[in-house]
Write a protein that binds this ligand. Structure first.
Ligand code: F6R
Length: 260
């Protein structure tokens, strides 16, 4: 695990953008796993700016998002498909046909999950999986106690997750109860996992993920098993790490050196 600690949220986001851009430069037809949520908004904003100012092209890139709410069709304003179209896909030179999210309005969500998992495999797997981190340690919508070997499937959202995401829904809208999410095992199959967490409210989950026991109660701790996991955090999110000085010594100012 590479733990890159940057001074501010802004510099942490920039580091993540440069790692994504590096993947796209190394492999112009990369398969990228993408995430949604508040943490990713400034990342996509910076990625769009980079793309527009001559940065790497999305023309041959394929994307698979982590998750989608069950019951929301792609045109629903709170669907993750709408989020991605609004903040990234509609603003860069990507071929929309190569952008994938589970269909939340599929007649049979279980079948849709299987189809999605197979589609990822058919594209040769994920070169880079971008991840945010839930306050409860979830990645994707793999809520605490998710099997660490799980594949894409339906998960019931916790009250905490529904409350945290209620800010995106109108007061008269019902927040979905279920989501289709890549499993922890699906995520671990990505050739590189890149997680971004910023802010003090993520400090407990960050500490559990990096220094806690490998445990289904903190699904993000499964990244401890991954041969190439890069964790990018700001000082606020790093506040509860016991080995903070060590990480800062190994990767001064968040620079990823190859010796870990
Ligand atoms: C969203 C996703 C979630 C979020 C997590 C953090 O696609 O997979 O795991 O990354 O809930 O959300 P924010 O960034 O809103 O705190």
């Amino acid at each position: 695990m590479k733990v890159l600690i940057l001074e501010t949220a802004d510099t942490a986001q920039e580091r993540v953008v440069s790692l994504i851009a590096q993947t796209m430069r190394d492999k112009p037809n990369a398969v990228l796993g993408l995430a949604t949520g508040g943490t990713m908004l400034p990342v996509y904003e910076k990625l769009v700016a980079l793309n527009k100012s001559g940065g790497p092209s999305f023309r041959d890139v394929t994307t698979f998002n982590l998750d989608e709410y069950v019951g929301l069709g792609p045109d629903h304003p709170q669907s993750y498909r709408s989020y991605m179209n609004d903040v990234l896909f509609g603003k860069v030179d990507i071929n929309l046909q190569r952008t994938h999210l589970p269909r939340g309005d599929a007649r049979n969500p279980e079948d849709e999950a299987l189809r999605y998992e197979a589609a990822i495999a058919q594209c040769g797997g994920l070169d880079l999986q971008l991840l945010g981190l839930g306050h409860n340690g979830h990645i994707g919508f793999n809520e605490p106690t998710s099997s660490l070997k799980s594949r894409t499937r339906i998960k019931t959202l916790t009250k905490e997750t529904r409350d945290a995401n209620s800010r995106y829904f109108r007061a008269d809208e019902t927040i979905p109860t279920f989501a289709i999410t890549m499993g922890v095992g699906t995520i671990l199959d990505a050739r590189h996992c890149l997680l971004l967490a910023t802010g003090t409210q993520k400090a407990d989950a960050v500490a559990a993920m990096i220094e806690g026991p490998l445990a289904a109660v903190c699904p993000a701790s499964a990244l401890q098993l991954h041969p190439k996991a890069t964790i990018v955090i700001d000082m606020a999110a790093a506040a509860k790490l016991k080995l903070l000085d060590y990480y800062l010594h190994v990767h001064p100012d968040g620079t990823a050196r190859e010796i870990v």
